[in-house]
Every structure is written in structure tokens, then in C-alpha cells.
Design a protein around this ligand. Structure first.
Ligand code: HEM
Length: 235
């Protein structure tokens, strides 16, 4: 077999076997986790008394168009692969329901895949809305950072986010969608290692505990501190 055909066969197996799809889902999940942690750390700057830091940070992120669009494409690819393999595995799981005699386990796993499907779908819709809101400026063009600048002439990301979260409607929408993201991440961090086939008596519990700490960080940042912190400090 030539290198090319064996590579094609490998990719085909990766996308058609449940083991391969679980690995894709777990690895893209880790990648998206990485984005999320950096995103929350960057966004926490919106709680500072001035917009200097976050506006500077946004300029830095967008300064190299090649890196910016490269990162966006990688992110998009990860989201598509994660959602595709997740939905495919969930539908396979549904088909397998009731087959075999380990009924309790089937009940548990179908509850798991149903909640992951629902929370994952809401998060996907949220991401589309969120990009239209803050990156596209379609929802609130008057306060969109691309349309307003600070004293230094930078896009005013600070004013954009703070004005969005002075509206309790947006605060609640963001808090609810981010709480669903947290629910999705809780399940993800606990099942990730099994999907990767990693089982170790010492390390698996440690990795799962690290997952809890990171989930708590996302919850505190995205659900509590950023939306409500801005809302109450704007009153
Ligand atoms: C309280 C929660 C959040 C806040 C305050 C927030 C804030 C922001 C801001 C200010 C931008 C746009 C920056 C700009 O274009 O100048 C942005 C972009 C983005 N956010 Fe969020 N975000 C939050 C939650 C999330 C979540 C939960 C996700 C994904 C699950 C997410 C994914 C993205 C993506 C993909 C972009 C587009 C990045 C790009 O321009 O390429 N965000 N966010």
C-alpha cells in the first residue's frame, strides 16, 4: 500500500469508527478548552477601571491578519469537527439504546448524550449570536467597537462590552448560555480521558480534578463576574 492510500484509509477509519470519532471529539474539545481559558483571561480586563488594557489587548490580537485568520480558521475547524463527531456519536448511541442487556448503563449514557446534544446545540447557537454581536456589530451597531474608538484611536472594546452588560437582558442571556457551556464542559472534562483511552489510577482522578478547577474558573468568570460585575458596577 502506498503512503497516500494508507493515509486515506487512516483518515477514513478515524471518521467512521466510534473510537476514532471519540478521539477527534476529545482532542478538539481540549483545543476549544484552550481557547476558552485564554478568552476568559482576556475578557476579565473589562472589569478594570479603564479600557486601556483590553483595547490594547484587542489591537495586539488583531495586529497580524495572517495569524488572526489562521487562528479563526483553526477554531472554526475545531468547532465543526467537535459538533460533527459529537452528533454522530450521539445518534449511534441512540440507535444502540435498548440493545444488549446492560440496560442501566444504556440509560445513563443516553441521558448523558442527550444533555450534551442539547447544551452543545445551545452553545453553538450562542457562538453564532455572540460573533454577530461583538465581532460583527450587527446586533448593536451604535456601540460596536468597530464603529467607536477610544481617545487613542483604538476600537473601543471596553465601551462595547460594558454597554452591552449594562442591559439586564444581555446579562441574563449571556449568563444562561455560559451556564449551559459550563454544564457541557463539566461532562466533557469527566469523559474526555476515557474517550482518549487514558486510564490511570493516580493521574485520571488528578486530571478530572484539574477539570473541576478550570470549570469553576469559567463559571466564575463568564457566568458571574463578567456579566453581573459589569452590570452592577455600571449602576
Ligand atoms: C461573558 C462571556 C463572554 C464575553 C464577555 C466575551 C467577549 C468577547 C468579545 C469582546 C469579543 C470580540 C472582540 C472583538 O472582535 O473586538 C469576542 C469574540 C469571540 N468570542 Fe467571546 N465572550 C464571551 C463568551 C464566549 C464564549 C462562551 C465563547 C465560545 C463558546 C466565545 C467565543 C468567541 C469567539 C469565537 C469570538 C470571535 C473571535 C474572533 O473575532 O475571531 N465567547 N468575545
Amino acid at each position: 500500500m502506498s503512503h497516500q492510500t494508507s493515509y486515506a484509509a487512516f483518515v477514513k477509519r478515524l471518521f467512521t469508527s466510534s473510537l476514532g470519532m471519540k478521539m477527534i471529539m476529545a482532542l478538539t474539545g481540549i483545543g476549544l478548552w484552550g481557547f476558552m481559558i485564554i478568552h476568559v483571561l482576556g475578557n476579565l480586563q473589562v472589569l478594570l477601571p479603564t479600557g486601556d488594557a483590553i483595547n490594547d489587548y484587542a489591537v495586539m490580537l488583531k495586529s497580524n491578519k495572517l495569524i488572526l485568520w489562521g487562528a479563526r480558521l483553526v477554531l472554526l475547524k475545531m468547532v465543526i469537527l467537535h459538533a460533527y463527531t459529537g452528533l454522530k456519536l450521539a445518534s449511534q448511541n441512540k440507535k444502540a439504546k435498548g440493545v444488549g442487556y446492560r440496560r442501566y448503563q444504556h440509560k445513563r449514557s443516553s441521558f448523558y448524550s442527550r444533555t450534551m446534544r442539547i447544551s452543545g446545540s445551545v452553545v453553538l447557537l450562542f457562538i453564532i449570536f455572540h460573533i454577530l454581536h461583538f465581532t460583527g456589530g450587527v446586533v448593536e451597531p451604535d456601540t460596536f467597537a468597530g464603529n467607536i474608538t477610544d481617545a487613542e484611536g483604538r476600537h473601543d472594546v471596553y465601551v462595547m462590552v460594558r454597554s452591552a452588560f449594562s442591559n439586564i437582558g444581555w446579562v441574563l442571556l449571556y449568563a444562561i448560555c455560559n451556564a449551559l457551556l459550563v454544564a457541557h464542559l463539566i461532562h466533557g472534562t469527566q469523559s474526555l480521558w476515557q474517550s482518549l483511552g487514558f486510564r490511570h489510577s493516580t493521574w485520571t482522578p488528578i486530571l478530572k480534578n484539574i477539570g473541576w478547577v478550570l470549570v469553576a474558573f469559567i463559571f466564575i468568570g463568564n457566568v458571574l463576574v463578567i456579566p453581573f460585575g459589569v452590570f452592577f458596577s455600571a449602576q
